[in-house]
Design a protein around this ligand. Structure first.
Ligand SMILES: N[C@@H](CCC(=O)NCCCC(=O)O)C(=O)O
Length: 267
């Protein structure tokens, strides 16, 4: 049996109705890259009928179902109230339905040792859930590059490698890459301001922007990456390596909690 990996959904309003969903490239990378069964986890569920109370979400119930949690990227931003800030630009997109699930889920998954992998918004969520803060407009910070994509380009152009990162010696990413530098794509307007306490930097850009970290001293696999390893993961050694490592951790975690798979009896 493949491990089951919960993928956190965005919640957007489409034609006036809340819609929970995930961009397919993330689901594909979990299925093919991590060799897992992706299962979409909704954000908080509103009361569609005013006579009904909103649906209650129990984080532990979600964790009982899965062998791993994947936090995908999204155009929306983590609500600044979660890191003690006010919105500097209220029109920037928010997704409180996602924040309300992902932030508590991150802490609970780490405590339980459920393998956890966050990309872009997911990376930023992990930093915030663990007590860090974000720059709401990284590109306005003195000395920082503009890490946003050129939206006039087609998708291949937007997701093309954009800058180098230094990989921390002895870290997970350096060991998967077999190198101390890697060229990565870049599609984010926000970025880590204050890094959460007790996490270890895994990768950093030349302008000082933190690009990846791990939470040490937790019982399970975890990694948070600011760039997009899911994009054409099969073409890049580090991208495919990190999805494989995540899938392996999820499989081992699943086998440990369910018991190793039984061999089919010969007939
Ligand atoms: N909104 C945040 C997070 C950026 C992010 O996750 N971008 C992904 C966009 C589309 C995708 O590839 O899923 C920020 O701007 O920093």
């Amino acid at each position: 049996m493949r491990p089951v990996i919960g993928v956190i959904s965005d919640v957007k309003t489409i034609n006036g109705q809340n819609t929970h969903g995930v961009t397919e490239k993330y689901i594909y990378a979990v299925a093919r890259g991590a060799q897992a069964m992706p299962v979409l986890i909704p954000g908080t569920i509103s009361a569609v009928d005013a006579a009904m109370a909103p649906e209650r979400v129990v984080i532990e119930e979600i964790l009982d179902l899965v062998d791993g949690i994947f936090l995908p990227g999204s155009p929306s931003n983590v609500g600044p109230q979660h890191y003690g800030d006010l919105p500097h630009d209220p029109p920037l997109p928010a997704d409180p339905h996602r924040d309300d699930i992902s932030l508590p889920l991150i802490k609970a998954a780490l405590e339980r040792g459920v393998p956890l992998f966050g990309v872009c918004r997911g990376f930023q969520e992990m930093n915030v859930a663990l007590g860090g803060t974000l720059f709401q407009k990284l590109y306005q910070q003195p000395g920082r590059f503009d890490h946003r994509e050129d939206s006039s380009l087609d998708l291949d152009g937007q997701y093309a490698p954009a800058h180098d990162v230094a990989l921390a010696p002895g870290g997970l990413l350096a060991s998967l890459a077999g190198a101390d530098r890697w060229r990565v794509n870049s599609l984010h307007g926000q970025g880590v301001a204050q890094l959460a306490p007790a996490v270890e930097i895994e990768a950093q850009a030349e302008d000082g922007t933190i690009e990846a970290f791990r939470v040490p001293n937790t019982p399970g696999f975890n990694i948070a990456i600011q760039w997009h390893p899911e994009w054409r993961f099969w073409e890049d050694k580090l991208s495919s390596g990190v999805f494989t490592a995540f899938g392996t951790a999820a499989r081992l975690y699943g086998e440990a909690r369910r018991g190793a798979p039984k061999l089919k009896a010969a007939v």
